[in-house]
Design a binder for this molecule. Structure first.
Ligand code: MLT
Length: 264
């Protein structure tokens, strides 16, 4: 499905139904198909809404730079267009950075937060340099080259070796993104604000999920968020790395189901 939001044609899945709205924000450099197993597996208890962020997947990319606030405002526009007053807002990795921005700007619209494989802190100086290098790589060699660099950290070595279909799907998702969208998101992540001060302000029920083998954003980042967000719960998924929902969908969905039940 597609809808016009803030000058952009935004593509999204919406399972409809009467369940609690669950907004799923994908990570970088991915698209809404990251959430296929959640869209399928949670539709019986939630109204699952999974958009493509601007420029990614089948969504358009208006000209100009983007910030985490830009992506967050696009999502608020989508909820407005769908008539959804408030939702459980779930973000994986960059999706989590956007979830923090969404919460800061619209706390009353967040019924619960799910922060998966993400962190609150900003990029280090080396991290910022890495963003510039990846932007140059995308310009010279395409989005697939950035994806190839990231792939070894997205999934565990065991999954990469024993489930080549999963590795192939993750690689294909990264390789098909547009260079302009990839570069815009890299700059937005490079310049994103520190969300650490936000943690103490979060009043929404919060579930934190990590992959026990995530080396891109290690579990200690999730533990720090759990300690700083009042009442937050942390689930660490064994045998999963950065794309925990994609690599271990059953365990991920079970954690989300329990969280949604606790909100009912
Ligand atoms: C993501 O998975 O969204 C990104 O790897 C996050 C990041 O690079 O900081």
């Amino acid at each position: 499905m597609k809808v016009h939001v803030r000058g952009l044609e935004m593509a999204y899945e919406d399972t409809n139904g009467n369940g609690i709205p669950l907004l799923l924000i994908h990570g970088f450099p991915l698209d809404r198909t990251l959430w296929a197993a959640q869209t399928r597996g949670l539709a019986d208890m939630a109204r699952v809404i999974a958009p493509d962020l601007r420029g990614f997947g089948e969504s358009g990319l208006p000209s100009g730079a983007a910030t985490m606030d830009t992506y967050a405002d696009d999502l608020r526009g989508l909820l407005d267009a769908l008539g959804v007053k408030n939702a459980v807002v779930a973000g994986l990795s960059m999706g989590g950075y956007i979830a923090f921005a969404f919460y800061r700007r619209n706390p009353a619209r967040v019924r619960g937060l799910i922060l998966a494989n993400t962190k609150a802190g900003p990029d280090s100086p080396e991290g910022k340099q890495g963003r510039d290098e990846n932007a140059a790589l995308a310009h010279t060699q395409g989005a697939g080259a950035v994806g190839d660099k990231m792939l070894p950290k997205m999934l565990t070595p065991k999954t990469a070796a024993e489930r080549p279909d999963v590795a192939k799907a993750a690689r294909a998702m990264m390789a098909r993104q547009s260079v302009d969208a990839v570069v815009a998101a890299l700059m937005a992540m490079r310049d994103r604000p520190d969300s650490t001060p936000t943690l103490a302000e979060i009043a929404a029920p919060t579930l934190i999920v990590t992959g026990a083998e995530d080396t891109l954003i290690p579990p200690k980042e999730s533990e720090a968020m759990r300690d700083a967000i009042h009442g937050a719960r942390l689930v660490s998924i064994p045998g999963a790395a950065h794309l925990s929902n994609f690599e271990a969908p059953d365990a991920f969905n079970a954690a989300v189901r329990e969280f949604l039940k606790s909100l009912a």
